[in-house]
Write a protein that binds this ligand. Sequence first.
Ligand SMILES: [Mn+2]
Length: 432
Amino acid sequence: MQIATTHKNADFDAFASVIAATLLFPGALAVLPKTLNPNVKAFLSIHKELFPTHTPAEVDLGAVSRLIVVDAGSWSRLDRMEALKERKGLEILVWDHHLEKGSIAAAGGCREAVGATTTLLVRELKRKRRQLTPMQATLLLAGIYEDTGNLTFPATTAADAHAAGWLLERRADLNILNTFLKPAYSEKHKAILFRMLQHARRTKVKGHRISINKLAVDGHIDNLAVVVRMYTEILNVDAAFGVFSDPAKGRCMVIGRSLSEALDVGAVMRSMGGGGHPRAGAAQIKGAHPDAVEQWILELIQGNQQASVQVSDLMSFPVSSVGPAARMAEVAMLLRQKGITGLPVIDEGRIVGMISRRDFRRVRKESQLDSPVKAYMSAEVRTIEPGKSPMQAAQIMVKHDVGRLPVVDNGQLIGIVTRSDVMRYFYDLLPD
Ligand SMILES: [Mn+2]
């Protein structure tokens, strides 16, 4: 007998991968852990007949000769599979998109860094030209979409998009998918969100707009991350943290969510003993007062969130500049010679304006080229400090529609950063 199983608290990627494994290995039984993520639970409650699954208790582990583990690599993450750990002659295959080596020694399968484990199995189904029903294609696509944020998370690879394309060709149904990928949001969640909003406060820390919300909750509540996500969006802050304390148990659950490139919530949560990625993370803290936890979060953001790449790494220097009395003809020549599109105008060491190629549109007659630059420059100059992040530079450029920002440190012009410098950084073309 062969079985396919996955980690406890199975999400759509895990569940879809189990089903994909049963399609790839006909005859394999789908064995799901007892705990499922609420979305998967809701899906299964309606589609049970289409996707027959078993609990570990229902299968005779003694008869298992092949174990297929998907989306996990360690025995401790599986539900009730201990009996198989030391089994002689058992063939184990692991399909996983996490590269850390787990405690399961696999004889085969596939381990590759793609956005979703489902992708790896779909690629194999495609290679073997297996037939899929639209419903099967829908479930597998849900697995890929969930783990890749609809193919938008940075971990998404071309393989994920190819797999998604193949599943859409097999008539995966996006309407069904959207219904079930919607995060589970219950009356309980609604009540918590409402309480949070009643005492919501925004603060600014190191240029980030954040909100930390402390709330006492009793007992365990599933999927509070959904509430924190909605809270973050409603408050329209760069990042939000829910500090959910359970006074009876003397512990706090911290859940963080970031909508900003510049604030890595996962790093903050790791410093608190938890985990996560730049956009979302969580930590469990024992024996700390919520006020102390709040203070801790604030300190971590203040201290550790120095942008790893700063404007000073991208800027050009020394800066070519002109004085306010320079004639437009000279400026035009300088721009051409240096191959640049704009210059700061400096008067006695201070920036008094910016002149760019765009400003030359207002020069209509030859004689106007004799006019001083101060007649054409824009006097409202946006500048940036060298320690700011490329994202902050980009935000200023977009907001004020400027293509270059003088970099000013203690009132001193030390460089200039342009839109193309920032774009080069975002597209990873930074020379190292
Ligand atoms: Mn996964």
